[in-house]
Design a protein around this ligand. Structure first.
Ligand SMILES: [Ca+2]
Length: 350
């Protein structure tokens, strides 16, 4: 039985598909597609899956092109979960990779079982049941970046900053004569990172591989847009897709398995009524549509202050870097994210 809000959202999607809502024109707008590399700690939490679904919906709408989908954790089923989602949206050939860095976060966190269940439900839609068998993330980054026009790529990281560090420290190779830092400087327009805690503190993504975070945040040569913990914590999405009734949709599966059933929500889990905190979904929205689309920004930069993963924000008006602040309400942003997650794959209509 679909809830009222889900019915409304499905009606909105139908109107969109029929060209009645006017949004298609606004979104396509004749502009160039944003070229995105997605870097994810898929399996640490399930907002990564919502974010990847949104990225595919935005690609279906002609707003972006997905260049690669890369895991920043190893020894788990992260890459397969990414591949299953890519295949669901009709893009099984998107390059995937996995970190090989010695200091990378490794293993299977609590909640990993839902991603292994995906492997059983969607056999034949992934190549790398064990993420460690996937290509080296740095090699994929270098190959993909080298093939792109200068200043054209947006890197969107939803997890640990390991791959940013190893990319910066990479050496010239068959893909490019440039060092990692020079390759990033030449090809990457900006890095949108879900990381850090405002105004200071210890946040999961930036603390997980603290040394890599320290180096990446310090040495990245193009603008960094930070969607810190506080921004996404107060945004919610995913209840609609969990209750959509879509049975053969891995995104709906993960949210259905991750969220409390509506009837079991208690006063202490009230915030699950609208879904799950949307740290990663909001980062993808900002990566594709720009930070000004849903946010205000504050100029400055984050730096790591110790080897335990603590960070602090430094205000600086002339900084190329920024953090985001709410502009649209949480309900408005939540509706945008839910609508994107509920869109059926374009490939399913062809
Ligand atoms: Ca994540």
């Amino acid at each position: 039985m679909k809830s009222g809000p889900v019915v409304s959202l499905l009606a909105a999607i139908a109107a969109c598909a029929a060209g009645l809502c006017g949004c298609a024109t606004a979104q396509l707008g004749g502009g160039e597609k944003v070229k995105v590399v997605l870097d994810t700690d898929m399996i640490s939490d399930f907002d990564d899956m919502g974010a990847l679904a949104m990225l595919h919906a935005l690609a279906d709408a002609g707003e972006c092109e997905i260049l690669a989908t890369i895991s920043c954790t190893k020894d788990n089923g992260s890459v397969a979960a990414v591949e299953i989602c890519n295949a669901y949206y009709g893009r099984p050939d998107i390059p995937v990779g996995c970190t090989k860095a010695p200091g990378a976060v490794s293993g299977k966190p609590w909640g990993h079982d839902k991603f292994l269940k995906l492997q059983k439900k969607y056999p034949g839609t992934f190549r790398y049941a064990d993420s460690d068998d996937a290509p080296d993330a740095v090699d994929v980054y270098r190959r993909v970046l080298a093939a792109q026009p200068d200043g054209s790529v947006v890197v969107c990281s939803l997890g640990f900053l390991t791959n940013m560090r190893t990319l910066l420290e990479s050496k010239p190779d068959a893909h490019s004569p440039l060092s990692g830092r020079d390759l990033v400087k030449a090809k990457v327009k900006k890095w949108v990172a879900m990381a850090c805690f405002y105004p200071y503190g210890r946040e999961y993504n930036s603390a997980g591989d603290a040394e890599s975070s320290r180096i990446a945040l310090r040495d990245w040569p193009t603008p960094i847009v930070i969607t810190d913990f506080q921004y996404g914590r107060h945004l919610y999405a995913g209840r609609a897709v969990a209750e959509s009734g879509m049975e053969d949709n891995p995104v709906a599966d993960v949210f259905r398995w991750g969220l409390e059933p509506r009837e079991k929500i208690t006063p202490t889990s009230w915030d699950q009524l609208a879904g799950h905190p949307s740290w990663d979904e909001s980062a993808v929205l900002i990566a594709v549509r720009g930070e000004d689309s849903i946010c205000a920004v504050e100029r400055g930069y984050y730096e790591m202050t110790d080897d335990k993963g603590n960070d602090t924000w430094r205000y600086r008006l002339d900084s190329p870097h920024c953090r985001v602040l709410p502009k649209l309400s949480r309900e408005e942003v939540g509706a945008i994210m839910d609508e994107l997650m509920l869109r059926p794959p374009l490939s399913a209509a062809q």
